[in-house]
Design a protein around this ligand. Structure first.
Ligand code: SF4
Ligand code: SF4
Length: 296
């Protein structure tokens, strides 16, 4: 009798779908950050954009399911030519968080976004990526001149009454408290009073450009049942989120570049149980928290 294979990767079951993500622009972005785990750039056209009709269909299909938050991401979502209509449509259903690099938010855009938001009962939230509160360190990763553009985008958002969140990858493994304080100090130069929720520190995901430019996961950086013993996997994003991309449904944003992350063609068909990817899911095991959704 053949020996039975008893190893099976640890899994996470979807508890309740509360956060719905739309990958709007595939991997196309106007920046080319040295740590981008999806390898996004201006020339990366490997994924098609998601169109408004598909977004409408998906939202209609989940309208009675108690979705609490919608996330619009990319690449850079503001590169989508239909972005204003997409925001409007999503705001009919829920609060919307846009994950953006902030470089395309000038004064006129921020004013316009405010006007859009005022037409709806739900809130439009911005998560703006900035990796360090010093220009030198940020621009080393995100490209020369990016710090000033992003800070200007943040200031424009604040000027029109938004309460932006800065999304930070702790690439130098700095003490989280002092990193956070550095950002809070930077943000308090604008006319608003940031609190802890205004800074979200994201664990490193060592794939894509990060792997090329810095390092890969080490040999023992793998998810194990033993390692997960001290984790609350119900906090992981795959326990409450799904990502809608042009080519199907993915377990979470970190696995968008991994065929194993694709769990179905439509939300209704998508598997509710995901098998963890040994390396990338290690980032969740090591941090034992939600990587992607907002901290509230
Ligand atoms: S990290 Fe964000 S801003 Fe940078 S290239 Fe990737 S998607 Fe674009
Ligand atoms: S990376 Fe984290 S959130 Fe994504 S599938 Fe793995 S455990 Fe779940």
């Amino acid at each position: 009798m053949a020996t039975q294979l008893i190893f099976q990767a640890p899994s996470v079951e979807l508890k309740k779908l509360t956060s719905l993500w739309f990958l709007l622009t595939g991997f196309t972005c106007n920046l080319k950050c040295r740590h981008c785990y999806l390898g996004c750039s201006q020339t990366n056209k490997s994924r098609n954009y998601l169109n408004l009709d598909k977004i409408k269909t998906v939202l209609e299909s989940v309208k009675d399911e108690g979705i609490e938050e919608i996330y619009l991401s990319g690449g850079e979502p503001f590169l989508h030519r239909d972005i204003n209509n997409i925001i409007r449509h999503c705001l009919k259903f829920n609060n919307v968080t846009m994950l953006t690099n902030g470089t395309l938010i000038n004064d006129k855009k921020a004013r316009f976004l405010r006007q859009i938001e005022q037409d709806y009962d739900y809130e439009l939230i911005f998560r703006v990526s900035l990796d360090h509160y010093t220009e030198l360190k940020n621009d080393e990763i995100r490209g020369r001149g990016s710090f000033r553009k992003v800070v200007s985008g943040l200031e424009n958002l604040v000027n029109y009454g938004f309460n932006p969140i800065v999304s930070v990858v702790n690439i130098w493994d700095e003490d989280e408290e002092s990193l956070k304080n550095g950002f809070l100090k930077l943000l308090s130069k604008f006319d608003f009073h940031p609190t802890d929720i205004n800074v979200k520190i994201i664990p490193l995901i060592k794939s894509g450009e990060y792997e090329k430019n810095y390092s890969a996961y080490k040999e023992d950086d793998i998810v194990t049942r033993q390692g997960l013993k001290n984790c609350d996997t119900s906090l992981f994003d795959c326990a409450n989120s799904r990502v809608v991309a042009e080519d199907g449904i993915y377990a979470c944003p970190a696995l968008l570049n991994d065929p194993r992350g694709r769990i179905g063609s439509t939300l209704s068909e998508a598997s509710t149980k995901i098998y963890m990817e040994p390396n990338i899911c290690y980032s969740c095991q090591a941090s034992n928290k939600n990587m992607f959704t907002n901290n509230w």
